[in-house]
Design a protein around this ligand. Structure first.
Ligand SMILES: [Zn+2]
Ligand SMILES: [Zn+2]
Length: 337
Protein backbone atom coordinates (compact mmCIF):
# COMPACT_ATOMS: atom_id res chain seq x y z
CA UNK A 1 0.00 0.00 0.00
CA UNK A 2 1.25 3.45 -0.90
CA UNK A 3 1.40 6.38 1.56
CA UNK A 4 -1.98 8.14 1.80
CA UNK A 5 -0.26 11.53 1.99
CA UNK A 6 2.43 11.54 -0.70
CA UNK A 7 1.36 8.46 -2.70
CA UNK A 8 5.04 7.90 -3.49
CA UNK A 9 6.50 5.57 -0.86
CA UNK A 10 5.29 2.40 0.80
CA UNK A 11 3.18 3.09 3.89
CA UNK A 12 4.75 1.75 7.10
CA UNK A 13 2.40 2.93 9.84
CA UNK A 14 -0.99 4.71 10.06
CA UNK A 15 -1.19 4.70 6.25
CA UNK A 16 1.89 6.90 6.04
CA UNK A 17 5.38 6.34 4.71
CA UNK A 18 8.48 6.88 6.87
CA UNK A 19 9.13 10.35 5.41
CA UNK A 20 5.59 11.63 5.94
CA UNK A 21 5.51 10.13 9.45
CA UNK A 22 8.65 12.06 10.44
CA UNK A 23 7.11 15.18 8.81
CA UNK A 24 4.25 14.86 11.31
CA UNK A 25 6.63 14.91 14.30
CA UNK A 26 5.81 17.62 16.77
CA UNK A 27 8.06 18.23 19.76
CA UNK A 28 6.99 20.20 22.79
CA UNK A 29 9.91 21.87 24.47
CA UNK A 30 10.15 23.25 28.03
CA UNK A 31 10.20 27.06 28.24
CA UNK A 32 13.36 27.03 30.28
CA UNK A 33 15.64 24.68 32.13
CA UNK A 34 16.42 25.47 35.73
CA UNK A 35 19.40 24.13 37.63
CA UNK A 36 18.83 24.72 41.33
CA UNK A 37 21.59 23.52 43.61
CA UNK A 38 22.67 23.96 47.21
CA UNK A 39 25.82 26.01 47.51
CA UNK A 40 26.72 24.27 50.78
CA UNK A 41 26.25 20.56 50.16
CA UNK A 42 25.86 20.36 46.39
CA UNK A 43 22.36 18.85 46.47
CA UNK A 44 20.15 19.24 43.36
CA UNK A 45 16.51 20.22 43.30
CA UNK A 46 14.85 17.66 41.03
CA UNK A 47 11.13 17.71 40.31
CA UNK A 48 9.68 18.61 43.69
CA UNK A 49 12.40 17.55 46.09
CA UNK A 50 16.03 17.98 47.03
CA UNK A 51 18.24 15.10 45.98
CA UNK A 52 21.44 14.49 47.94
CA UNK A 53 22.92 11.57 46.08
CA UNK A 54 23.66 11.46 42.36
CA UNK A 55 21.77 14.75 42.13
CA UNK A 56 23.33 15.90 38.87
CA UNK A 57 22.58 12.62 37.11
CA UNK A 58 18.99 12.60 38.31
CA UNK A 59 18.48 16.25 37.36
CA UNK A 60 19.84 15.57 33.83
CA UNK A 61 17.55 12.62 33.32
CA UNK A 62 14.56 14.59 34.54
CA UNK A 63 15.16 17.34 31.94
CA UNK A 64 14.10 15.02 29.13
CA UNK A 65 10.84 14.21 30.93
CA UNK A 66 9.85 17.79 30.18
CA UNK A 67 9.99 17.19 26.44
CA UNK A 68 7.01 15.54 24.77
CA UNK A 69 6.27 14.22 21.30
CA UNK A 70 3.13 13.15 19.47
CA UNK A 71 2.25 9.53 18.66
CA UNK A 72 3.74 7.26 17.42
CA UNK A 73 7.00 8.81 18.57
CA UNK A 74 8.65 8.74 21.94
CA UNK A 75 11.70 10.26 23.58
CA UNK A 76 14.32 7.60 24.05
CA UNK A 77 17.15 9.63 25.51
CA UNK A 78 19.19 12.75 25.30
CA UNK A 79 22.24 14.57 26.45
CA UNK A 80 23.40 18.00 27.48
CA UNK A 81 26.02 19.73 25.39
CA UNK A 82 26.89 22.63 27.66
CA UNK A 83 25.74 26.21 27.58
CA UNK A 84 26.38 29.10 25.25
CA UNK A 85 29.13 31.55 26.14
CA UNK A 86 26.84 33.80 28.21
CA UNK A 87 25.54 30.78 30.09
CA UNK A 88 21.91 31.74 29.56
CA UNK A 89 21.12 29.02 26.99
CA UNK A 90 21.71 25.29 27.32
CA UNK A 91 22.33 23.05 24.32
CA UNK A 92 20.73 19.64 24.22
CA UNK A 93 20.36 16.66 21.97
CA UNK A 94 17.06 14.83 22.16
CA UNK A 95 16.79 11.35 20.75
CA UNK A 96 13.39 10.50 19.28
CA UNK A 97 12.34 7.01 18.40
CA UNK A 98 9.57 5.72 16.13
CA UNK A 99 10.58 2.08 16.24
CA UNK A 100 13.62 0.35 17.67
CA UNK A 101 15.58 0.90 14.50
CA UNK A 102 14.11 4.21 13.37
CA UNK A 103 15.51 7.05 15.46
CA UNK A 104 16.52 10.66 14.99
CA UNK A 105 18.40 13.19 17.05
CA UNK A 106 17.18 16.78 17.31
CA UNK A 107 19.22 19.67 18.70
CA UNK A 108 17.84 22.46 20.86
CA UNK A 109 18.97 25.56 22.66
CA UNK A 110 16.76 26.42 25.61
CA UNK A 111 16.88 29.32 28.09
CA UNK A 112 18.92 28.22 31.08
CA UNK A 113 18.57 29.49 34.64
CA UNK A 114 21.08 28.68 37.35
CA UNK A 115 20.10 29.11 41.00
CA UNK A 116 22.37 28.49 43.94
CA UNK A 117 20.79 28.59 47.40
CA UNK A 118 21.07 26.87 50.76
CA UNK A 119 18.89 23.76 50.94
CA UNK A 120 16.48 23.17 53.86
CA UNK A 121 18.80 20.56 55.40
CA UNK A 122 21.76 22.93 55.36
CA UNK A 123 19.50 25.61 56.83
CA UNK A 124 18.75 23.23 59.69
CA UNK A 125 22.43 22.59 60.35
CA UNK A 126 23.36 26.27 60.37
CA UNK A 127 20.24 27.13 62.38
CA UNK A 128 21.23 24.72 65.19
CA UNK A 129 18.07 22.74 64.55
CA UNK A 130 17.62 19.62 66.64
CA UNK A 131 14.99 16.98 67.19
CA UNK A 132 16.64 15.08 70.00
CA UNK A 133 19.10 15.59 72.79
CA UNK A 134 21.20 12.79 74.25
CA UNK A 135 22.40 13.44 77.77
CA UNK A 136 25.25 11.17 78.76
CA UNK A 137 25.56 11.01 82.52
CA UNK A 138 27.33 8.77 84.98
CA UNK A 139 27.13 7.48 88.51
CA UNK A 140 29.33 9.97 90.32
CA UNK A 141 28.07 13.39 89.19
CA UNK A 142 31.46 14.06 87.60
CA UNK A 143 32.74 13.87 84.06
CA UNK A 144 34.53 10.54 83.39
CA UNK A 145 36.55 9.12 80.46
CA UNK A 146 33.88 6.47 80.06
CA UNK A 147 31.43 9.24 79.05
CA UNK A 148 33.94 10.38 76.46
CA UNK A 149 34.13 6.89 75.02
CA UNK A 150 30.32 6.60 74.78
CA UNK A 151 30.03 10.14 73.38
CA UNK A 152 32.63 9.43 70.67
CA UNK A 153 30.68 6.34 69.71
CA UNK A 154 27.49 8.38 69.24
CA UNK A 155 29.32 10.99 67.15
CA UNK A 156 30.83 8.30 64.91
CA UNK A 157 27.39 6.69 64.42
CA UNK A 158 25.77 9.94 63.37
CA UNK A 159 28.65 10.91 61.07
CA UNK A 160 28.33 7.52 59.46
CA UNK A 161 24.55 7.92 59.01
CA UNK A 162 25.15 11.38 57.54
CA UNK A 163 26.92 9.86 54.54
CA UNK A 164 23.63 8.31 53.39
CA UNK A 165 21.14 10.67 55.05
CA UNK A 166 21.92 14.41 55.20
CA UNK A 167 19.19 14.88 57.83
CA UNK A 168 21.41 12.97 60.25
CA UNK A 169 23.77 15.48 61.80
CA UNK A 170 25.00 16.77 65.12
CA UNK A 171 24.06 20.37 65.66
CA UNK A 172 25.85 20.88 68.95
CA UNK A 173 27.95 19.11 71.59
CA UNK A 174 28.04 20.56 75.08
CA UNK A 175 30.35 19.44 77.85
CA UNK A 176 28.66 20.08 81.18
CA UNK A 177 30.11 19.44 84.61
CA UNK A 178 28.44 16.05 85.04
CA UNK A 179 28.43 14.80 81.45
CA UNK A 180 27.92 15.48 77.76
CA UNK A 181 24.88 16.76 75.87
CA UNK A 182 24.69 15.89 72.19
CA UNK A 183 22.05 17.62 70.05
CA UNK A 184 20.85 15.59 67.08
CA UNK A 185 19.24 16.76 63.84
CA UNK A 186 17.29 13.55 63.58
CA UNK A 187 15.33 11.87 66.32
CA UNK A 188 15.88 8.40 64.86
CA UNK A 189 19.60 8.68 65.63
CA UNK A 190 18.73 9.14 69.31
CA UNK A 191 16.44 6.13 69.17
CA UNK A 192 18.94 3.78 67.59
CA UNK A 193 21.68 4.99 69.93
CA UNK A 194 19.49 4.24 72.97
CA UNK A 195 18.73 0.76 71.62
CA UNK A 196 22.38 0.04 70.98
CA UNK A 197 23.36 1.24 74.46
CA UNK A 198 20.79 -1.12 76.00
CA UNK A 199 22.33 -4.16 74.34
CA UNK A 200 26.03 -3.25 74.36
CA UNK A 201 26.46 -1.38 77.62
CA UNK A 202 25.08 -1.21 81.13
CA UNK A 203 22.83 1.81 81.07
CA UNK A 204 19.72 3.31 82.54
CA UNK A 205 17.79 5.23 79.88
CA UNK A 206 14.92 7.62 80.39
CA UNK A 207 13.22 9.07 77.31
CA UNK A 208 11.07 12.15 77.62
CA UNK A 209 9.46 14.50 75.14
CA UNK A 210 8.58 18.15 75.26
CA UNK A 211 6.43 20.19 72.94
CA UNK A 212 8.78 22.46 71.02
CA UNK A 213 6.18 24.28 68.95
CA UNK A 214 3.98 23.93 65.91
CA UNK A 215 5.40 23.36 62.47
CA UNK A 216 3.37 23.02 59.27
CA UNK A 217 0.23 22.90 61.41
CA UNK A 218 1.50 19.94 63.43
CA UNK A 219 2.78 19.76 66.97
CA UNK A 220 6.53 19.36 67.01
CA UNK A 221 8.18 17.42 69.85
CA UNK A 222 11.74 17.23 71.00
CA UNK A 223 13.04 14.07 72.62
CA UNK A 224 15.54 13.81 75.43
CA UNK A 225 17.43 10.57 75.99
CA UNK A 226 18.90 10.56 79.48
CA UNK A 227 21.52 7.83 79.26
CA UNK A 228 23.12 6.98 82.58
CA UNK A 229 26.19 4.81 82.16
CA UNK A 230 28.00 2.50 84.57
CA UNK A 231 31.20 4.48 84.97
CA UNK A 232 32.17 3.43 88.49
CA UNK A 233 35.90 3.19 88.99
CA UNK A 234 37.03 -0.37 89.85
CA UNK A 235 38.01 -0.51 93.50
CA UNK A 236 35.07 1.68 94.59
CA UNK A 237 32.97 0.77 97.59
CA UNK A 238 29.29 0.85 96.71
CA UNK A 239 25.91 -0.01 98.11
CA UNK A 240 23.54 -2.12 96.04
CA UNK A 241 20.08 -2.81 97.41
CA UNK A 242 21.36 -1.65 100.80
CA UNK A 243 24.36 -4.03 100.92
CA UNK A 244 28.00 -3.01 100.87
CA UNK A 245 30.22 -4.23 98.01
CA UNK A 246 33.59 -3.78 96.44
CA UNK A 247 33.09 -2.91 92.75
CA UNK A 248 35.49 -4.87 90.52
CA UNK A 249 34.35 -3.84 87.03
CA UNK A 250 31.87 -4.61 84.29
CA UNK A 251 31.36 -6.46 81.03
CA UNK A 252 28.53 -6.53 78.49
CA UNK A 253 26.92 -9.08 80.80
CA UNK A 254 26.85 -7.19 84.07
CA UNK A 255 28.96 -6.05 87.00
CA UNK A 256 31.45 -7.89 89.20
CA UNK A 257 31.38 -7.36 92.96
CA UNK A 258 32.73 -8.71 96.22
CA UNK A 259 30.23 -8.92 99.00
CA UNK A 260 32.02 -7.11 101.85
CA UNK A 261 30.19 -9.12 104.50
CA UNK A 262 31.06 -12.56 103.22
CA UNK A 263 33.93 -11.77 100.87
CA UNK A 264 32.17 -13.75 98.16
CA UNK A 265 32.57 -12.84 94.51
CA UNK A 266 29.30 -12.19 92.72
CA UNK A 267 28.19 -11.27 89.20
CA UNK A 268 25.08 -9.18 88.82
CA UNK A 269 23.28 -9.43 85.50
CA UNK A 270 22.75 -5.97 84.03
CA UNK A 271 19.02 -6.61 83.64
CA UNK A 272 18.64 -7.00 87.36
CA UNK A 273 20.51 -3.82 88.28
CA UNK A 274 18.29 -1.03 89.38
CA UNK A 275 20.28 2.20 89.13
CA UNK A 276 18.20 3.81 91.87
CA UNK A 277 19.29 1.12 94.31
CA UNK A 278 22.97 1.68 93.60
CA UNK A 279 24.94 4.24 95.60
CA UNK A 280 28.52 5.33 95.35
CA UNK A 281 30.09 5.96 98.74
CA UNK A 282 33.14 7.82 97.44
CA UNK A 283 35.27 5.38 99.43
CA UNK A 284 37.91 3.37 97.58
CA UNK A 285 39.66 0.13 98.45
CA UNK A 286 43.38 0.62 98.88
CA UNK A 287 45.46 -1.15 96.31
CA UNK A 288 48.54 -2.77 97.74
CA UNK A 289 51.51 -4.77 96.43
CA UNK A 290 52.54 -8.12 97.83
CA UNK A 291 55.55 -10.34 97.25
CA UNK A 292 54.67 -13.95 96.45
CA UNK A 293 56.62 -16.13 98.90
CA UNK A 294 55.25 -19.50 97.95
CA UNK A 295 52.64 -20.81 95.60
CA UNK A 296 50.90 -24.17 95.21
CA UNK A 297 47.94 -26.35 96.22
CA UNK A 298 45.66 -23.60 94.97
CA UNK A 299 46.82 -21.06 97.49
CA UNK A 300 49.71 -18.66 97.88
CA UNK A 301 51.61 -17.05 100.70
CA UNK A 302 52.21 -13.36 100.36
CA UNK A 303 54.11 -10.67 102.15
CA UNK A 304 52.76 -7.16 102.40
CA UNK A 305 55.48 -4.86 101.04
CA UNK A 306 54.31 -2.08 103.35
CA UNK A 307 54.38 -3.76 106.75
CA UNK A 308 55.98 -7.16 106.00
CA UNK A 309 53.05 -9.08 107.48
CA UNK A 310 52.24 -12.38 105.81
CA UNK A 311 48.91 -13.56 104.50
CA UNK A 312 47.55 -16.54 102.60
CA UNK A 313 45.08 -16.23 99.76
CA UNK A 314 43.40 -18.92 97.68
CA UNK A 315 44.09 -19.41 93.97
CA UNK A 316 47.27 -19.39 91.91
CA UNK A 317 49.81 -16.58 91.82
CA UNK A 318 51.64 -16.56 88.51
CA UNK A 319 54.02 -13.67 89.06
CA UNK A 320 56.51 -12.88 91.78
CA UNK A 321 54.40 -9.92 92.87
CA UNK A 322 50.66 -9.38 93.10
CA UNK A 323 48.33 -6.45 93.77
CA UNK A 324 45.30 -6.82 95.96
CA UNK A 325 42.46 -4.59 97.08
CA UNK A 326 42.36 -4.09 100.80
CA UNK A 327 39.10 -3.14 102.51
CA UNK A 328 38.68 -3.21 106.30
CA UNK A 329 41.77 -5.49 106.60
CA UNK A 330 40.24 -7.98 104.17
CA UNK A 331 42.11 -8.88 100.98
CA UNK A 332 40.54 -9.23 97.55
CA UNK A 333 42.01 -10.31 94.29
CA UNK A 334 41.72 -7.71 91.56
CA UNK A 335 39.60 -8.87 88.63
CA UNK A 336 41.68 -9.22 85.47
CA UNK A 337 45.02 -9.19 87.30
ZN1 LIG B 1 4.49 9.68 2.35
ZN1 LIG C 1 22.53 21.68 51.31
Amino acid sequence: MKCVKCGKHEAVERGLCEVCLWDSLHIEVPGSIIKKTCSKCGAYFVGKAWVYRDGEEKWERKIFDNFSVNEPFKISGGKLNGTNRLGNYIKLEVEIERTNDDRKVENFEIPFIKESISCPTCNKVTGSYYEAKVQIRGMTGKYTDEMGRIGDHLVRNVENNHTTDPESFISKIEYVKDGIDVYLGKRKDGDSFAKEMKTREITDIIVSKTLAGVRDGKQFFRFTYMVRIMDIEPGSIIYLNGKRYLYQGKSAFGIYLNDLETGREIQVNKRSISFDKLQITGEMASRRSFVVISNGNNECNLMDKQNFSQITISGECKDSEINLYVVDDEYFRIRGE
